[in-house]
Every structure is written in C-alpha cells, then in structure tokens.
Ligand binder design. Structure first.
Ligand SMILES: Nc1ncnc2c1ncn2[C@@H]1O[C@H](COP(=O)(O)OP(=O)(O)OP(=O)(O)O)[C@@H](O)[C@H]1O
Ligand SMILES: [Mg+2]
Length: 385
C-alpha cells in the first residue's frame, strides 16, 4: 500500500512507539514532538495513534500544510475539533451547523450557531466578527486557543490536538508559540502533539532556553522500520498472492530502502506487479535490482527538482560527494571538494537541520534518504566523473 496514511495490516513496526505516546496521552503526562524525515511515516503514526486512544480522548489532527493564514488556522483547528467531538459523542449535526459561519449569510450563520450554544456559539460569533473586519488576525488566533480550552471544560473527555507538519506554523512565529505556552500551562486536559521534519525548528521552539515552549514537549524520534518487521511484512503480503521471495531478495530490499516505509512498500509493490505480469511465483535478488531501477526512474523528476531547487551550490556539492557511500567522514568530503573542512560547517548544519543528512555514532555523515542518495550517485556524480 503506497501513499497516504496506512492502517493495519499495512501499518507495521510501530507498536512500541504507539504505546508510549498513548500512555502520555491517557495520563495527560506530557506533550510530544514527533520528529522524523520525510516519508518515514509520521502521518500514518498519528492516524493509528488516533485510533488507539479514541475511546479515551477527543483526538484532533490538523495538517499544517493546509494552513496559509490565520483564518485557515482557525477554520482547520475548530472544524477538526468539532468533527472529532461529533464522531466521539455521536451528537450529529453540530459541525454542519457550525460550518455556516464560513459560507452562509451572517444572519443565517448567527441563527445556526445559536442552536448549538456554549463555547461553539461563542467562537462562531468571534469568527463572524472577524469576517466583518471587527477583529484582526491576532485576536482570532488568541480566541482559537481560548476556545480549545473552554471546549475541553464543556466536554467530558480530554482533548488531544496533533499538528502534523508543524514546521509550517513557524510563519506565525512569535505569536503562536507564546499563545500555545500560556494555554498549555492553564489547561491540563488539552494535550498537544507536534509532528514534523525540521530539526532546527524543533530546537528553536522546544530546546532553546528563551523560547516560550522550552522543554514543553518530550521529543520522540521516528526511526526506520526494523528489518525483521519489514521482511515479515513483505513475505507475508506476497504469500497471500502465492508468491515466494528469497532471503537474499529481502536483504537487498532492506539495503536499498533502509527501512523507509514508503520505499519498501513501493518496491514491494513493483516486485509484485512484475511477478504477476511475467507469470512468476518467485522473487529473487536480481528482480529487486530491476524493480529498484524502475522505482528510481519513477522518482526521477521529483529527485531532480529536490536536488536542483532545495539546496545551495555548496550543499549540492556536499551531497554529491556524500552520495559515494552510505556514510563518509567530513574530512574526506572536504578533500574531494578541495576545500578546508571548516568552510563546509554552515552548509552541513543546514543539511542536518532539514534532516537531509544524518550523523552516525562514529562521527561520520550520510544522506538520510538512501534512495535519493543512490539517485544522486547515479545521475549527478556519474555525469561529472
Ligand atoms: N508503519 C508503517 N508500516 C508500513 N508502511 C508505512 C508505515 N508508515 C508509513 N508507511 C508507508 O509510507 C507511506 C508514507 O507514509 P506517511 O504519509 O505516513 O509518511 P510521512 O512521514 O507523513 O510523509 P511526509 O513527509 O511525506 O508527510 C505510506 O503511504 C505507506 O506506504
Ligand atoms: Mg505526512
């Protein structure tokens, strides 16, 4: 199953982390920041987390990628919260009535939310005043958090708000983090989960002493899926279609994908497809090689775009030299680039902060996304040499 948020039986290898966060949520112990590179399975984790705590809490997910301004922030957060409440309490029609404030005539909207009453009526009226330009962005934002707090008092359940891709919230910088802080302190029945792929923002927001949210959330690193889990999964999925796969082939899949769920799902699917078309019921390591190159072809334009538009010249050079092996020393890269190692510091730091490059325990560096690394090696490095 490739793309989108996956659920069992396609969701594997995250039992431990789900249990851990579940415990934090159900005891209201602490807020969490989930940090992981692109395609490691953050959104899927949130979705499955939601399922596992739904009995105990109102779990609300907000995808911050869809937020471009304050009104979006308001709309997505309040809508998601009210919808999650509706699902859980089985009181129908609230979100429908609430939605009038976004599109209907002011008078009709006012009537509609009066029928709901309570904190929803209040926040609905706030938004209508915003629509009429009677209040501004900042006030709308402050009221949004105020509403979450009030709402938690009204409903019987604790509330969890998960901001996926939270790095996107940094456009509201000073304001949003200050607001979050004051509300996190006041309302123990509301817990927040932040999930994203920017280490620098994580540090800036949660680990810098003068940041309002300093140490307000526990950090959870989302790692690749373990090899045993991946192997078992691929073998059992193929077995359903009566296709066998050799140990060597499984080793190779893991070596290429490094346990990144998006990639092993994709590669597994291409292998399955090839087997069916060629009327084979066995997959060997040779086939993994050819499936892998067709996967690389498929990602060609995406990788091309990523490489040429997301990195500076020097960063591109570093990536090119890093792509030679899974991990390398900075001194080797500097030598290859004919430059002193210290001149690479700033670029390396940026690459690390965006989770493009990781540091190993041995002090070497490697490109986080191994498929991207192999693409660079084949397409950029090979061109030059
Ligand atoms: N636990 C898992 N087990 C198996 N496959 C998974 C798992 N998590 C994710 N995947 C696979 O990876 C794909 C991407 O997952 P998801 O969208 O959750 O990742 P993400 O980290 O949110 O990605 P992005 O950075 O693009 O937002 C899924 O469509 C699925 O194919
Ligand atoms: Mg995601």
């Amino acid at each position: 199953m490739v793309g989108g948020e996956v659920e069992p039986p396609f969701f594997i290898g995250r039992d431990e982390i789900v249990e851990k966060i579940k415990l934090d949520i159900t005891t209201s112990a602490q807020n969490n920041v989930i940090i992981g590179p692109r395609r490691i399975g953050k959104s899927s984790l949130l979705k499955n987390l939601k399922k596992s705590v739904q009995k105990e809490v109102v779990f609300t997910s907000v995808n911050c990628r869809q937020i471009t301004d304050y009104a979006d922030f308001f709309r997505l957060t309040t809508n998601a919260l009210i919808k999650a409440h509706e699902e859980k309490s089985k009181i129908k029609g609230i979100s429908q009535k609430f939605s009038y404030i976004f599109k209907g005539k002011i008078s009709a909207a006012t009537r509609s939310i009066t029928e709901i009453g309570g904190s929803i009526e209040h926040i609905g009226n706030v938004y209508l005043r915003f629509r009429e330009d009677e209040i501004g962005d900042q006030e709308l934002m402050a009221e949004t958090f105020e509403f979450i707090e009030q709402f938690a008092d009204e409903v019987q359940y604790p509330i969890v708000i998960a901001f996926d891709e939270f790095q996107e919230l940094s456009k509201f910088r000073d304001n949003i983090f200050n607001l979050l802080k004051s509300h996190m302190d006041k309302q123990p029945r509301v817990r927040y989960i932040f999930s994203g792929s920017s280490i620098s923002l994580l540090h800036e927001v949660f680990l810098t002493p003068d940041s309002p949210l300093y140490l307000m959330a526990a950090r959870i690193q989302l790692d690749p899926i373990k090899k045993d889990d991946v192997n078992k999964y691929i073998r059992s999925r193929l077995a359903i279609e009566d296709i066998e796969i050799s140990d060597k082939a499984l080793d190779k899949i893991y070596e290429y994908t490094d346990g990144f769920p998006f990639y092993f799902q994709k590669l597994g699917f291409i292998l399955y497809q090839m087997a069916v078309l060629e009327k084979r019921n066995f997959i060997d390591d040779k086939q993994v090689d050819s499936a892998f190159s067709s996967m690389l072809n498929e990602f060609d334009s995406e990788f091309e775009f990523r490489y040429s538009s997301k990195f500076s010249r020097q960063q591109q050079d570093i990536l090119k030299n890093l792509s030679k092996q899974k991990t390398r020393r900075i001194s080797e890269i500097a030598r290859d680039m004919d430059t002193p190692a210290y001149s690479l510091t700033t670029s390396m730091k940026d690459l690390y902060n965006t989770m493009t490059v990781r540091k190993t325990k041995k002090g070497t560096y490697g490109i986080v996304d191994n498929v991207f690394r192999i693409w660079i090696k084949k397409n950029i490095l090979a061109d030059v040499n």
